[in-house]
Structure formats: structure tokens, C-alpha cells
Design a protein around this ligand. Structure first.
Ligand SMILES: *[C@@H]1O[C@H](CO)[C@@H](O)[C@H](O)[C@H]1NC(C)=O
Ligand SMILES: *[C@@H]1O[C@H](CO)[C@@H](O)[C@H](O)[C@H]1NC(C)=O
Length: 335
């Protein structure tokens, strides 16, 4: 029994690595002509956490740590209108309940009431339980409406670096994990102004999310296990930077249009559907406690069709899970 399970598991692993190789060589991301990897000094700036942000010797990677005193965070120096944003991240191991690591884009400090946001959030767990990943989007100040999805992972994110990426173009947003698309949000009529459309900066933070991150706040951070260290490498900012004053794009039109040519290939779409069937544990689209009437994009438009065709509706239709609202780390309280 155990050995057949082992065999099954290893074949699965083999298949998965074959698949990711295939995706790497055939996937749309690799056809990007120019993925710009800037050194930390060139592309980023520390937001908070003083010595809890530590630069790697190569000047490209960064450690962010969280202890009783403070978390830590950094942001891109520029604002970008569309692009491809990516980082290889290794999460804190061992007991990490209450710890939140976030890799996200936002313009909350520029547009206070009409801000846009695209999130990867990693939620720590008690020992022996896996980290969970959450994605979310806000557009034009839609903070009263959460569009969270949650997933488990097919690997242990504390053991090694894995790549988390966001493609944001005029027409669509795609979240990727290790080059596998896991979520697509298209600009549709029903989404309207809630599709993020103003320049954003890229952020990475680690902070104390004791009040919501793990089982809705049941398990808090235990600082006995501090410091919690998240490592970031292969930071990619391949975006259309905008002028800081008037926000006009400084990249040429060809580059801007390039992001719109990135779509999900048939193979990638199959991989995405498999991922979502197997690993998605929560979607706002199926949360009838929170949204007794599903948001329009859940029942109309390409997303809805995609959900129905992939069988997600069947899986989640009767679940009674409640998503948690939250806010990002107060970036000024810890400076
Ligand atoms: C790639 O990026 C580098 C650095 O930003 C730039 O100098 C170069 O011209 C770019 N190449 C292409 C083909 O866009
Ligand atoms: C964004 O919100 C503002 C304020 O509510 C509104 O005036 C504007 O039309 C909205 N923009 C879009 C694109 O919907």
C-alpha cells in the first residue's frame, strides 16, 4: 500500500516536472524577449523594518524577517502600468502560524480612495500544516469587495525557492506559480472599473497577521520561534514604468502592447484547470455566506464559463467556508 502510493506519488512528481519543463519551453512567459532583473539598489527601496531587511551578498536577493520588534518590507522605486512581475520566494519553515508574507502590487499610497491592488499572500500555519496561498484583486477602491481565492501547493514552499509571478496587461491579469498559470482575470464589462487600471508599485512584506491569518486568528504568532525569515531572489520587474509626476508611460508603445500578446496556451490552460481542481480550497465565487448573490463575473462572462467547464462549481457549490477580510501591514506603524 505504502509503496504503491509512493510509486503513484513519484510518477506524479515526474509528470509534474515533465509538465513544468514542457511549460517552460512552450509557455508564453519564456517568449518574453527581455525579463529585466534589477539589483536591489537599482530597482527597489526599503519600506520599513530597518535591519530586518538584509541584502544578499550578490546585491539581488533579500531577506525579510519578522520578530517581536517589527516585520520588514520593500517596494519598487517606480510605478508601472502593466508588465510582468516575479520573485523566487522561500518561506519561513517550522511553526509559522500568524505569519503573513505578501508579494503584491498596489497604488494605495497614490490613490487613497480609488486604489488598485493585485496580491499574492502566503499564510503561515501551525507545525505540520502547510502554508496556504491566497490571491486577490481590488480595482478603483473596491476594498469592500474581496475577490480572494485560496490554494494549497504541490510542494513545500519552505524547503526551496519557488517562482511566483503576476502578468498584468491592459486586457488580463494572470497569476503564475512556477510558470503554471493558476488564475486569470480578464477585463470584462461586468468587472468594469474594478479591473486594476492605474499605475502600481511592486511590494514585498512580512508581518504579524495573528488576528486573521491562521484559522481566522485562532493561532497567533509565537515569537519563541522568531525571527521568521522570508527569502526573495530573482526579482523581476519587467514593466512599463511611468513618469512619477504625470504617470504617462515612459516605455514605448511596442513594449506596452507586448504584455497584451501574452495569453494562456491550450496546454497551460489544461495545467491551470488541473491545478484549480486539485489545489483550490476557497473561491469568493462560491461563498454564499459572503455573497448570497454571486458577483457578476462569477455567473457571467468568460470566468464563469471557465469555472463551470472545469467542474469547480460542482466542487465548491455546497461549501460553507468564509473568506477573511483583512488589510495589509500598516506600512507606517513599523517604520
Ligand atoms: C532589454 O533590457 C535592457 C535593460 O533594460 C535594454 O538595455 C535592452 O535594450 C532591452 N532589449 C530589448 C530587446 O528590448
Ligand atoms: C473610479 O472611481 C471614481 C470614484 O468613485 C469614479 O469617479 C471613476 O469613474 C471610477 N473609474 C472607473 C474606471 O470606473
Amino acid at each position: 500500500m505504502a509503496s504503491s502510493r509512493f510509486f503513484f506519488f513519484s510518477s506524479l512528481l515526474l509528470l509534474a516536472s515533465f509538465l513544468s519543463l514542457f511549460l517552460l519551453s512552450h509557455g508564453a512567459i519564456s517568449s518574453f524577449p527581455n525579463l529585466t532583473s534589477l539589483s536591489f539598489e537599482e530597482g527597489y527601496t526599503q519600506l520599513f523594518g530597518d535591519s530586518n531587511l538584509m541584502l544578499h551578498r550578490d546585491g539581488r536577493g533579500v531577506h525579510l524577517s519578522l520578530d517581536e520588534r517589527t516585520g520588514a518590507g520593500f517596494a519598487s522605486q517606480d510605478l508601472y502600468l502593466h508588465g510582468f512581475f516575479s520573485a523566487a520566494i522561500k518561506l519561513p519553515s517550522d511553526y509559522a502560524a500568524g505569519v503573513v508574507v505578501a508579494f503584491y502590487m498596489s497604488n494605495g499610497d497614490v490613490f487613497e480612495r480609488t486604489h488598485d491592488e493585485l496580491d499574492f499572500e502566503f499564510l503561515g500555519n501551525i507545525r505540520g500544516k502547510e502554508w496556504r496561498v491566497q490571491t486577490n484583486i481590488y480595482g478603483n477602491g473596491s476594498t469592500a469587495i474581496g475577490r480572494e481565492e485560496r490554494y494549497g501547493l504541490w510542494f513545500d514552499p519552505t524547503e526551496d525557492f519557488h517562482k511566483y509571478s503576476i502578468l498584468w496587461s491592459h486586457d488580463r491579469i494572470i497569476f503564475y506559480i512556477d510558470n503554471v498559470p493558476i488564475r486569470e482575470v480578464a477585463r470584462t464589462e461586468v468587472l468594469g472599473g474594478q479591473f486594476p487600471s492605474k499605475p502600481m508599485s511592486l511590494y514585498a512584506t512580512i508581518w504579524d497577521g495573528s488576528n486573521w491569518a491562521t484559522s481566522g486568528g485562532r493561532y497567533k504568532i509565537n515569537y519563541k520561534y522568531a525571527p521568521y525569515i522570508a527569502e526573495f531572489a530573482d526579482l523581476i520587474l519587467d514593466g512599463c514604468a511611468v513618469d512619477p509626476m504625470d504617470h504617462t508611460p515612459t516605455c514605448n508603445g511596442l513594449v506596452a502592447d507586448l504584455y497584451d500578446t501574452i495569453t494562456i496556451s491550450t496546454d497551460q490552460r489544461l495545467a491551470m484547470e488541473r491545478f484549480r481542481k486539485k489545489h483550490m480550497t476557497y473561491s469568493y465565487c462560491y461563498d454564499r455566506i459572503r455573497y448570497s448573490t454571486p458577483l457578476p463575473e462569477c455567473s457571467a462572462g468568460p470566468e464563469a464559463r471557465q469555472f463551470q467547464e472545469s467542474g469547480e462549481v460542482v466542487r465548491f457549490g455546497d461549501r460553507r467556508r468564509r473568506g477573511k477580510r483583512h488589510h495589509h501591514a500598516p506600512t507606517n506603524s513599523a517604520i
